[in-house]
Design a protein around this ligand. Sequence first.
Ligand SMILES: Cc1ncc(COP(=O)(O)O)c(C=O)c1O
Length: 400
Amino acid sequence: MSEPVKVSNRASSIEYAIRDVVVPAIELEEQGHEIIRLNIGDPLAYDGLPTPIHMIDEYKKALERQDNGYGPSYGLNELRKAISKSEISKGWNCKPDDVYVTHGVTEALQVIFAAFLEEGDTVLAPGPHYPPYMAYPQMYGAKTVEYRLKSSEEWKIDLDDISNKMNDSVKLLVLINPNNPTGNIASSSEIQDLINIAEKWPNCTIIADEIYDGLAFSDNFISAASLSKNVPVITLNGVSKVYFAPGWRIGYMAWHDPNHTLRLVRDGVERILRSRLCASTPAQYGYLAGLCGPKDWLDKHRKLTEERMNFCLKRINEIDGLSCESPKGAFYLFVRLTNPEHQRNDKKWVLDLLHQEHVLVVHGSGFSPEFGSGHFRMVCLPPVPVLEEAFRRIERFLSS
Ligand SMILES: Cc1ncc(COP(=O)(O)O)c(C=O)c1O
């Protein structure tokens, strides 16, 4: 065989734990084993949590009237208006021009990192966190430093840790609220304290990833932009989680820049957005229908998610070797392995569980080597009988 062409360091160092563990699962499936997949935050993979039909209808109508062309680079005007209204309802003065529609929050992150980061810069992100916050900044010669979420205090933000880690190189301070993978929701005073810390550093912008905002189990979600008087906040959200359509790949960033300090970087963002053309046109009509249409279906989806979550918590509390803080929203459980031997190598534990019992979860160290190890993340999305079987197998595995 000839010598392979070299891969860039940028690409070869990318890890995405949630999908990396799928590789051995597929091998087992190819051998004929049925795997219970609890690894991915995709409600459509399970029964009972479909995309609302009125959204699908509008998506289909766009296809049928041949609205299949390139759209404006920053998003359809009607959609930008609807998103700004939705952000205004969360308490801050968001104008349609402040909104940029992207191929999911994940593309928004790539664009933001490309526009903000230079060699030597830092992104300060919660540990544990959604993996791209660690994977992408290094592509620009920057690095991600994690601030601690306190595992024994419902994963609350360790504000002292943020203060200690702030310096001039921190260009972006990330808040994921509600958090993936912990399910915790930050209180208004925690968010205010985080903003107060950022305010001391004139080069620091807050990224508020609020993609699970409508999935809070009680009325306790507060938008970070609504609390910030001076610090710039870029809010991220989209169709994937709260509107149950992750495959449509539509998200947005909404810029709250009270003192216009981001005007140069914003110009950079707009250049990048123009150069990548636009987000999917028909899918934007589907999202528009979600934002402007009825919301009663969401109560049902949330209730069902909460019921499944409560079932998982009950079973976790019954099983020796597991413990878990109660999530306040989203659809993940970040489960602690209480046996020190299991804690030491959570990835091995996850792979052994997969091979022995055919249940797929994600190792906590994949969400944060420093603050997530000794845990695993599972979704609570499948129907209760599937979860029942999964826990039966996990319990058997732990007692084997
Ligand atoms: C915190 C967080 N942000 C963003 C995303 C991805 O969003 P999108 O599907 O819009 O790219 C996820 C997906 O799991 C997530 O957990």
